[in-house]
Design a protein around this ligand. Structure first.
Ligand code: SAM
Ligand code: SF4
Length: 463
């Protein structure tokens, strides 16, 4: 790569990236997994931009390919292995190409990836992105470039992420990192380390910067945003939400993920108080059975969760609620499964993300609880909850037909360039005829029809 770069720049100076003009190296990043990984890829791009890398959409012409990985379920990891095998062939044509994995698979699979299978040149964990420019140099000189150290402090607080999203309307803002919850099935506390909150001043300044650059919506991200805590409670999540909302009444504020055990009424009252905090809460329940929740070490019961739903319905009556579910967790009986179906009906979730339990190495469940629900039973239960959720989503959308919503326009509909799509405060996607609206506008839309996934409507006025 050094030679290519020298030729490209026609420059005889010794290699010092900081002296090279930006964009001299081509970086291709592929991101898997959650929104947090998208936010992290934007931090990585910012760090590597400073070191002379410019982004390319074409991996075939890249000097450095990074895959930001997800370890949450086994199938997520398998997809990444397949992708790495595809990229490996590129090395035959381009000997100086470097391939790296970053993110959650890094810690667990570093030896396998670098030493045994020689699939990658770099392995960098979620708390080590500042060392990426140095690690690239090391990899170029043929050394093993690995840094998977987790940190108790790193929040990349002052780094201005370079946005990957092309719409220029909505952006993710990371407010905390890691997780201390230790749910028994979950690999996140091992891959992303201890929970830590980011300095609120840097969060607000990042959001202000986005507003100044025309963005209309931010999503504040953390594995458990309700545990956000700066300076011994001086700023908690409710205060952070309020401060963000007050920056600009035309900025929409979203957040993810809320945690049933920790979500306070103070947070709910704050959401109700500000028009521009979206009336949508993603509150994963995982299971409707208290016995399973206990095995999952979620720290709440079915009744506690139902109490939190009652609180949402009372304080924010127009709020939409979504959830995550895991089917076939250790020892899950048919009765437990029925309790999951019954809590889904009781809440009437607007939307859900549903998964089969996938045992993850090193977790409490992997060490102590048998993964004893047969694969076909897991699949059948998953199918049942997906079918029920589709029905609930359709019912929820049907209730919105005839309704009028303020929609932030996010882009062109995939099916037709004459139509646009955006979301209402409740996070529902609405598709409508373009008229004169543009991406980034707020429009008032009347809903005329729906499917289980989408509302269809027409603009009745501009904001
Ligand atoms: N922190 C968030 C929370 O607690 O709700 C979400 C974290 S995780 C990235 C997203 C979802 O993946 C979880 O809510 C859970 O439903 C699912 N998940 C996590 N570990 C899993 C596992 N081992 N098998 C299947 N699904 C899993
Ligand atoms: Fe994983 Fe539980 Fe933390 Fe969510 S709260 S990231 S499921 S340990």
């Amino acid at each position: 790569m050094v030679n290519i770069l020298a030729e490209r720049l026609k420059n005889d100076e010794p290699l010092d990236r900081k002296k090279f003009r930006k964009g001299a190296y081509r970086l291709y990043i592929e991101t898997y997994g959650c929104q947090m990984n998208v936010a992290d890829s934007e931090v990585v791009l910012s760090i590597l931009n400073e070191a002379g890398f410019g982004l390319t959409d074409d991996y075939k012409s890249a000097d450095l390919i990074l895959i930001n990985t997800c370890a949450i379920r086994d199938n997520a990891e398998q997809r990444i292995f397949n992708r790495l095998n595809e990229f490996k062939h590129l090395k035959k044509r381009n000997k100086s190409l470097l391939i790296g994995i970053i993110g959650c698979m890094a810690e667990r699979l570093k030896e396998k990836l670098v030493e045994k299978e020689k699939l990658v040149d770099l392995v960098v964990g979620p708390d080590a992105y500042r060392s990426l420019p140095d690690l690239v140099e090391e990899a170029e000189s043929g050394q093993k470039a690995i840094n998977v150290l987790l940190s108790r402090e790193e929040t990349y607080a002052e780094i201005s992420p370079v946005r990957l999203s092309k719409n220029g309307v909505s952006a993710f803002v990371s407010i905390m990192r890691g997780c201390d919850n230790m749910c028994s099935y979950c690999v996140v506390p091992y891959t992303r380390g201890r929970e830590r909150s980011r300095d609120p001043i840097t969060i607000l300044s990042e959001v202000q910067d986005l507003i100044d650059n025309g963005f209309r919506e931010v999503t504040l991200l953390g594995q458990n945003v309700d545990k956000y805590n700066w300076n011994n409670g001086m700023v908690n999540f409710a205060k952070l939400l309020a401060m963000t909302a007050e920056l600009d009444p035309d900025l929409r504020v979203r957040f993810s993920t809320s945690y049933p055990q920790d979500m306070t009424d103070e947070v709910l009252h704050t959401i109700a108080k500000y028009d521009n905090i979206c009336k949508y809460i993603h509150l994963p329940v995982q299971s409707g059975s208290t016995a399973i929740l206990k095995k999952m070490k979620r720290g709440y019961t079915r009744e506690w969760y139902m109490d939190r739903i009652r609180a949402i319905r009372t304080i924010i009556p127009e709020c939409a609620i979504s959830s995550d579910f895991i089917t076939g967790f250790c020892n899950e009986t048919e009765e437990d499964h029925q309790e999951t179906l019954s809590i889904m009906k009781w809440v009437g979730f607007d939307y859900s993300y549903m998964f089969k339990y996938s045992e993850r190495p090193d977790t409490y469940a992997a060490k102590r609880l048998p993964d004893d629900v047969p694969e076909e039973v897991k699949s059948r239960r998953l199918k049942e909850i997906i079918e029920l959720q589709n029905q609930l989503s359709l019912e929820s959308n049907r209730r919105d037909v005839g309704g009028i919503f303020k929609v932030l326009v996010e882009g062109e509909s995939k099916k037709s360039s004459d139509r646009l799509f955006g979301r209402n405060s409740q996070n529902k996607v609405i598709v409508f005829d373009k008229q004169n609206a543009e991406i980034g506008d707020y429009v008032i839309v009347k809903v005329n029809d729906c499917s289980s996934a989408t509302l269809l409507g027409e603009i009745i006025r501009f904001k």
